[in-house]
Design a protein around this ligand. Structure first.
Ligand code: HEM
Length: 498
């Protein structure tokens, strides 16, 4: 029964609901028709509520939805009230390029949180700290450093081939993506701390790798609410499941432990590594920054290359003529296993074309890497945007956008070669949009190393083994994405070349 007290509350309740509806309606009119970004096309439902976006993000389908939106609305899509996505080549320069002090677009901090010890990483740092961190790290990514690092890469290639040979001779299929990742993680460990993770030796993913993917996936599940209600960010530790936080702590403690052990070695390390560049005789990063950077560098340096190569091998095995041409080139030019050097594989044009086409179809960082329009606003692709607008290029969509590449879903390395090299001329072939390593002052620092690993690992595998795909049902283009691709196993039956 209603009391006189509850009856007196009814008008208050009715007034509150009316105010809420009025506010929602006024906000909808503003967002759809009066907002400075209202002139850009986009799905109305996504503009009125973040729910479809958060649902897509949580299901790993954001990259697929954004591709559908560009197919429907064209090269510029406003997919949230304050977010605009571009797939035209000029957007790289306008958004990610260098525009002078104070004018570069910073990374959107909603997408790039600080490390869990509170320190900035090279990814999360503001423009000023970023320049300082990047300068120190750059020393480890020069051409000279790469030459010094090549024996390490080759050491792991020999070990990898020996392990894969044993499986080939026993007739056991292998999940090749896992093995490639064992190698890239071990190489990353050597280059960062001067110490391997021993994944290839043990033929097992290190605990650090095992928790990483699950961690990102669950972090997105828990953390996606930040996009619905940004002010709940400080409450995240209470929203994200305890197990995920524990895994994150475990992962971080491991990276930090390795960095600490390496710092104790001082000058007595096995070789000059990234920790020594970061420490820079005490004049470089502080301890918290070194720990945070080490944690980021392991995944940046291993997951990316392994992902690209798994995708490329899947496409090569789906197009036997392409695989056959690649085998002919590699096996024809390189006579002995010792000759699989960086210098030699650098000279193989078809290998380079295959890697370009593979990075186009399977970029390891496929999603939008959002930046914020700086103070004063800026022009992007010929339109003025107000300060604070979040903008970016969904890389996977841009690289498969029909106005950028003809037959975008066909794996055709020949499109990267000219007629004298046996190439085909397909139009459009918009190479200016091909930026799998990003662009500008925050592009991939490990690009040189990444290219070296891609070339040497693919050439080594193709030189040593014939391959049959035992998991043809897995299709790259159907995979989900949670910061990284959720890779389905690529099971290969290997045969050693006689
Ligand atoms: C196929 C291989 C690789 C690809 C496609 C790739 C791609 C990328 C992309 C797209 C970014 C920009 C990320 C963003 O803005 O959110 C990036 C940044 C970065 N990558 Fe790579 N990467 C690769 C390999 C590597 C390797 C081997 C390393 C070595 C550790 C590395 C280290 C880094 C670092 C340190 C950054 C941050 C740069 C900065 O913020 O200044 N990457 N990478």
């Amino acid at each position: 029964m209603l009391t006189s007290y509850s009856l007196s509350l009814l008008p208050l309740l009715a007034a509150s609901i009316s105010i809420f509806i009025l506010y929602w309606f006024a906000n909808a009119v503003y967002v759809l028709y009066l907002h400075p970004l209202a002139r850009f096309p986009g799905p109305k439902l996504w503009l009125l509520t973040q729910v479809p976006f958060v649902r897509a993000l949580r299901r790993g389908q954001f990259i697929h939805r954004i591709r559908e939106l560009h197919a429907q609305y064209g090269p510029v899509v406003r997919w949230a009230p304050n977010e605009v996505s571009y797939v035209s080549p000029e957007a790289w320069k306008d958004i990610y390029g260098h525009h002078g002090a104070g004018k570069d677009f910073p990374r959107n901090p909603l997408w790039y949180p600080r490390s869990q010890n509170g320190a900035h990483t090279i990814l999360s740092a503001d423009n000023v700290s970023h320049a300082r961190i990047r300068k120190l790290l750059s020393r480890g990514f020069s051409e000279t450093s790469l030459r010094e690092q090549e024996p390490i890469i080759q050491e792991y290639m020999s070990m990898l081939v020996a392990r894969l040979r044993a499986h080939a001779q026993a007739g056991r299929p292998v999940s090749i993506g896992d093995y490639i990742q064992f190698a890239t993680v071990d190489i990353a460990g050597e280059l960062i701390f001067g110490e391997s993770f021993d994944c290839v030796a043990n033929e097992e993913a290190h605990q650090w790798i095992k928790v990483t993917f699950g961690f990102f996936k669950r972090l997105i599940h828990g953390g996606s609410f930040v996009f619905l209600v940004p002010w709940i960010r400080p409450l995240l530790p209470y929203i994200i499941p305890k197990r995920v936080l524990e895994q994150a702590q475990q992962r971080f403690a491991f990276s930090s432990g390795k960095a600490g052990k390496r710092l104790e070695l001082g000058e007595n390390a096995r070789h000059v590594d990234l920790v020594s560049h970061m420490f820079h005789n005490g004049k470089g990063l502080n301890r918290a920054e070194i720990d945070a950077s080490a944690d980021i560098l392991i995944s940046a340096g291993s997951e990316t290359t392994a992902t690209a190569l798994t995708g490329i091998l899947q496409y090569l095995l789906r197009t036997p003529a392409t695989m056959s041409r690649l085998q002919d080139e590699i096996r024809g030019a390189i006579r002995t296993a010792d000759a699989l050097t960086l210098d030699n594989v650098n000279r193989l044009p078809y290998l380079t074309a295959v890697l370009h086409e593979g990075l186009r179809m399977c970029p390891p960082a496929p999603s939008i890497r959002p930046r914020l329009v700086p103070e004063g606003g800026a022009m992007v692709c010929g339109s003025w945007l107000p300060a604070g607008t979040s903008v970016g290029i969904p890389v996977w969509t841009a690289l498969r956008y029909p106005a950028n590449f003809a037959k975008p879903d066909t794996f055709l390395p020949e499109r990267w070669l000219d007629a004298s090299q046996g190439g085909v001329s397909l139009q459009p072939h918009n190479t200016n949009v091909f930026m799998p390593f990003s662009y500008g002052p925050r592009d991939c620092l490990g690009r040189r190393l990444g290219w070296a690993e891609l070339r040497v690992i693919l050439a080594t595998l193709v030189w040593h083994f014939d391959m049959i795909n035992r998991s043809p049902e897995n299709r790259w283009e159907e995979q989900l994405e949670f910061v990284m691709w959720e890779k389905k196993p690529l099971m290969l039956q290997l045969t050693c070349r006689s």
